[in-house]
Write a protein that binds this ligand. Structure first.
Ligand code: FES
Length: 240
């Protein structure tokens, strides 16, 4: 029995239905809260409509634990704003692990559910300011889109983001005149060939598998401005 004042706690995030993370999370959650707790899981892999619908159908007061691996303070504000638009928002609360999962994510989520002081209401969500300094697009000559979708993540894409930024920065090519603007994306489609990275305006598709290939790609493609045919994907765009 929860010591918190909620009629229901929902655990929401992507990849909570299948895959290694889902298996571990579900097994641990059953051990902590019993089989019935599986009904508290909301998989948002296919979009957030599933979450809004579950919240609408749930009794109040209600707490949503944010399990998105890419969560941040901004993501939590976005979640709270979404909850604020639903019925009885004064009885809706949200809390986040900010993507900081250890080997026992269900325990971390259940502990967070008990820590009332870490739960934020959804009524007084700060409005988005009209002008943020970070809303100015930095100078760049190219855009690199690195896939962090589920298949590429399983092929090791997550740590490549940090390594790409570090390597581009060390080469003087990160978000500057003549440099590369880098963005993480969800699935870009050629999952079987990933981890996927696409470069624009050239429209080139690369497979970048590990840190060694990050170093090679940045040096050869960006610094020396020559092609890296061994890393190019053979992608086919379906006819319309
Ligand atoms: S998950 Fe990366 S291309 Fe599909």
């Amino acid at each position: 029995m929860s010591a918190t004042p909620y009629a229901r706690v929902l655990f929401a995030g992507p990849d909570l239905s299948e895959g290694s993370f889902a298996e571990l999370f579900r097994r641990q959650l059953i051990a902590l809260r019993g089989e019935a707790a599986l009904a508290e899981i909301v998989d948002t892999s296919a979009g957030d409509d599933a979450l809004w619908q579950r919240v609408q159908e749930s009794p109040r007061p209600l707490l949503v634990i944010d399990l998105d691996p890419q969560s941040s303070a901004q993501h939590l504000d976005w979640l709270r704003s979404g909850l604020a638009a639903l019925d009885a928002p004064e009885q809706l609360f949200a809390a986040s692990l900010f993507g900081q999962f250890d080997s026992d994510p269900a325990s971390a989520a259940c502990i967070l559910a008990e820590r009332r002081e870490l739960h934020l209401d959804c009524v007084n969500v700060p409005a988005l300011p009209d002008a943020h300094s970070w809303s100015c697009i930095p100078p760049h000559a190219r855009r690199l889109l690195l896939c962090n979708g589920p298949r590429c993540t399983r092929r090791g894409a997550l740590p490549l983001w940090k390594k790409l930024r570090e390597t581009l920065k060390a080469a003087g090519k990160l978000e500057c005149e003549g440099g590369v603007h880098i963005t993480r994306t969800q699935c870009q489609f050629p999952c079987d060939l990933g981890p996927t990275a696409s470069l624009y305006p050239e429209g080139e598709w690369y497979r970048i598998r590990d840190e060694e290939e990050v170093l090679r790609w940045v040096q050869e493609r960006i610094v020396e401005e020559r092609s890296v045919p061994e890393m190019l994907m053979k992608v086919f765009v379906q006819a319309g």
